[in-house]
Design a protein around this ligand. Sequence first.
Ligand code: ZN
Length: 204
Amino acid sequence: MKLICIGRNYASHISELKNEKPEHPVVFLKPDSSVLLKNNPFIIPSFSDDVHYEVEILVKINKVGKHIQPKFAQKYYDEIGLGIDFTARDVQNYLKDKGLPWEKAKGFDGAAVIGEHWFSKSDFKDVNDISFRLEKNKDIVQSGSTSEMLWKIDELIAYVSQYFTLKIGDIIFTGTPSGVGRVDEGDILEGYIKDSSCFSIQVK
Ligand code: ZN
């Protein structure tokens, strides 16, 4: 199973990190070992002083596909979830400055939260208008809607499938809206799609 992640997919987040708007989707992978195991706390790794949460809508692939056309992309997923792309921002900034790959900042153990609660696509009137949010210690820190995505779910599936064969169980992290920020020991992070809880994570 692979985790395919999209960077810079929300204009508001691009401006908060002072990044340029990309010409094409920014794509990176996380290894399967980065998945935070069920009921485990997130442990801040010793190599970072600035780990950020990034709440993201997840899409679970249910069919093998390559070179998928956007108009057929909806046939390749049934379920939508919510997760966190934990990012060691200090490590990422160092690597970005040097033009190096981001894996150490994004692919470490526990860096991928996959919420237990998945929704069926049919639970939504329009998958391009799903609202979601992240609360840190009961304060809303990020909120967004898939309507704000620069590349919509079907376009992302089509795009990434030009490079990687999509397999059953692969998960696409579709990018984060603005409001990313650091986590500290003792924080509780709770993610919601509409008003349904998708995960609750304790930071240690
Ligand atoms: Zn992200």
